[in-house]
Design a protein around this ligand. Sequence first.
Ligand code: G3P
Ligand code: CA
Length: 375
Amino acid sequence: MPVNFTHSALLLSLMLSVGQAQALSQPGPNALATANGIPHPAVIAHRGASFDAPESTAAAYKLARDLGADYLELDLQRSKDGVLFALHDDNLQRTTDVASKFPERKDSPANAFTLAELKTLDAGSWFNSAYPDRARPAYAGLKILTLDEVIDIAQGNPLHKPGLYIETKEPQQFPGIERDLKDKLQDRGWLSPAGSKLAKSELSVGQGKGKVVLQTFDKNSLQMLHKEMPQVPKILLLWIAEGSIEPKSKVKFAESGDKDKATFYARQQPKDNAAFEQWVNDAKALGAIGTGPSATLTHLGDQSYANLVQPWMNQYTHDQGLLVHAYTIDENVDFKKVMDAGVDGIFTNRASELLKYYQRPTTGSVAQLLERNGY
Ligand code: G3P
Ligand code: CA
């Protein structure tokens, strides 16, 4: 009937206008990233180019830098004598020869070692044994790096200056690490405003407003990072477990009967939508500009976790005005899945592949760049 039709059409048009106004009033993820000096979509080299070279070493970080990654990702710890350094695991067993150099202390946390002790360790040979097809003689004897040394690498290529994407790892083990990090970044000029003579369009990531991104799984650490460095973009990493996003099932891996952790993680779901949304809301309230959710990988593996990049999750996060940087993804099939689901950047061990996927140029092949750097 004409009258009802007219009313319906008017109502529809009104609803559309309200929706459009809401959409326009909130910057989209691309604009939000740009406002923070963060490329969109972002290539975050997870522990460096750690598929091709031993993680968190000079070989991996120089390769990621020279490939053209936007960010060098690192997990931050503090040595017994107070020096900030890059290492993922709590202890040194998987990625060094601590068992032969310090047999009686091989299970000790990395933070029980002085920097001088850490520097005696070989952080490269394990890679040659674990991945013989990617092994290189020059990886043997690579060292654990201090934050200062990672900064030197980030600044070391005049043609491409990546930013740093720094995680406070197990921050409850390192009281005050947020302040230590601020002091170091300040000393090194990494907290200064862009201040470059270059035009905005010519600024590298590592020279602009988003030159450092801070990340953590720990809400207390996020709060402290925000207090120390309110102007620096921050990401709250997301995980399903008791103490993190509340899981639907309370069954632990050991009791699950699953054959490996990846299978177990792939079945993990938040208890309900609200349990997921709570962490996004907390991220925003504590000063984050985005979240870092885990992803389930098509071929599973050691870095396949719960699927926290479902389209509704990314949409909800965007609706709160936050970005989504997903971890840790290495294959085209999964790059496509998570990009289609709406993420704004990817942590990857294979920066070379992600850059190709985004059709971004690189200055050489992995082998060429490794050789150029002496590996
Ligand atoms: O920092 C993002 C991602 O690296 C989190 O996982 O365990 O590799 O540090 P993890
Ligand atoms: Ca990390």
